[in-house]
Design a binder for this molecule. Structure first.
Ligand code: BES
Ligand code: MN
Ligand code: MN
Length: 459
């Protein structure tokens, strides 16, 4: 595929400019104040898909933010790749921690700094440019469908129904996703697993109003004190989660599987240094890689209540709140875990408070086989452009819709991501390597090529 390198070289600046334009639109799905920007982003992607040569491009309305769809069917008898990505981003706060404004993409040290640079605008847009390269050079080897959503960062709640209602339109042989990370630029890897998610919000109520902490303190339960204690009690001395039944369905890996996992290079000292921590933390008996890859977790994402303004106010608050997420591994079910959490949380609350558990979104874990045609095609593609066979890894993050693609559309996904841990997803100063952006654009057409060849051989 000689054309490819040349085409990328010749269009380098434009490929960057177009991504920058996309990054300038603050498509924050969590905040309704940005709903107009969400629509603008969808329209921009629609136009870019059209310009790249896609047909039947449309903005599909949902109960929430729209899904951008486009396709190129060159021959119905050929295999079809469904590209999934998301155009929404996480909120950029706290803004003061950014070295350059989150929606003014800036290049420093060969990296693009912007919210969404990697997650997922940069990675998603690589697919649009790879498609353009294949189209212009007449070398698209199979059919393509694009489905780019705007609600991934808030749980993809409208994408499931969209898939159910559009099974025929979305019919494909494989889903191709770039929304995950690799070990390093010289150690390519492919995620073969994603964790599931169970997300809840809790409310603990003490007295019916905020009280004077001197007049009532010591005699009336303080919901913040109680909540802190309840949360603390959810991990035991081995940092295992204490919710009864929490681990019941967890698939334990065999010693062989764990040994295989341990072969992937991992530098614990560099990991600690990068995060500014003196030591790691986690479940006794498991390595850091295992703790994020194959073990479930419980983390508080936010906690609030009482007085947090300037100076001091002596108050015994009426209410305390927390947002809590649990990352799940095969075979745990998010519905079951949410229920176990709610039952346990309610059961450990002392009679001096009332608690409410409000479930948010959830998602199921996935593992993908490494002997499948799609994994082999992705592996060959990365080996071709990186000069090294990628290592299969289990990612700690979640893309809840992946399990649904399998359930609703009956299609497996391949997670060919090009990000790195240093990209600071969801954090201030998110970035994406220029190397990674172009490497992705170069690798994707090889996936199509090998996938079409392997599929053809198999049939
Ligand atoms: N792209 C990430 C998921 C990810 C990142 C997987 C890195 C593997 C490696 C995705 O956009 C994301 O952030 N997902 C959310 C889940 C969602 C329901 C909010 C997550 O993992 O917190
Ligand atoms: Mn993402
Ligand atoms: Mn994300």
């Amino acid at each position: 595929m000689e054309y490819l390198e040349k085409y990328i070289q010749e269009n380098k600046q434009r490929f960057l400019d177009e991504l920058f334009e996309l990054l300038r639109i603050p498509s924050i799905s969590a905040d309704p104040a940005y709903s107009q920007e969400m629509i603008r982003t969808a329209e921009y992607i629609k136009n870019q898909l059209l310009a790249a040569g896609a047909d039947n491009v449309e903005i599909c309305e949902t109960g929430g933010y729209p899904i951008v769809y486009g396709e190129k069917i060159i021959d119905p008898s050929l295999p079809t790749v469904l590209v999934y990505g998301h155009y929404d981003v996480q909120p950029a706060v706290p803004l003061e921690l950014w070295s350059s404004p989150p929606f003014e993409p800036t290049i420093r040290n060969e990296r693009i700094y912007a919210r969404g640079a990697c997650d997922d605008k940069g990675q998603m847009y690589m697919h649009v440019k790879a498609f353009e390269a294949m189209m212009i050079n007449n070398s698209l080897p199979c059919n393509v469908k694009f489905m780019i959503e705007g609600e991934e960062e808030v749980g993809s709640s409208n994408l499931g129904p969209f898939c159910i209602n559009n099974k025929e339109k979305l019919k494909a042989d494989v889903v191709l996703i770039s929304d995950t990370s690799m070990i390093a630029n010289d150690i390519p890897s492919i995620d073969v697993g994603l964790r599931g998610l169970s997300y809840v919000e809790v409310e603990v109520t003490g007295p019916n109003r905020d009280l004077h902490s001197g007049v009532y303190g010591g005699a009336v339960a303080n919901p913040i004190n109680i909540l802190a204690k309840m949360i603390a009690s959810m991990h035991d001395e081995n940092n295992r989660i204490t919710i009864p039944g929490f681990y019941d369905d967890v698939v334990e890996l065999s010693t062989e599987e764990r040994n295989e996992m341990a072969k992937a290079p991992f530098d614990l000292e560099a990991y600690k240094k990068d995060l500014g921590i003196n030591d790691v933390w986690g479940e006794t008996g498991y390595t850091t890689i295992e703790r994020t890859g194959i073990r479930p977790t419980l983390d508080v994402n936010g906690i609030w209540g009482g007085y947090t303004g300037e100076g001091s106010k002596t108050v015994l608050p009426s209410k305390a709140f927390a947002k809590i997420s649990m990352r799940l591994v095969p075979n745990q079910s998010s519905e079951k875990i949410t229920k176990l959490f709610a039952d346990y949380f309610t059961s450990i609350a002392p009679p001096s408070v009332k608690v409410v558990v409000k479930p948010h979104h959830g998602g199921e874990p996935v593992v993908t086989p490494t002997d499948s045609i799609e994994f082999r095609a992705a592996s060959m593609a990365m080996e071709k452009t990186f000069g090294k066979k990628p290592i299969p890894t289990r990612g700690g993050g979640s893309i809840p819709i992946v399990a649904l693609f399998e359930k609703v559309l009956g299609v497996k996904s391949v997670l060919m991501g090009f990000g790195l841990d240093i990209d600071a997803l969801h954090s201030p100063n998110e970035s994406y390597g220029i190397f990674n952006y172009f490497k992705g654009i170069e690798t994707i057409p090889y996936f199509y090529k090998y996938y079409a060849e392997l599929k053809n051989k198999a049939s």
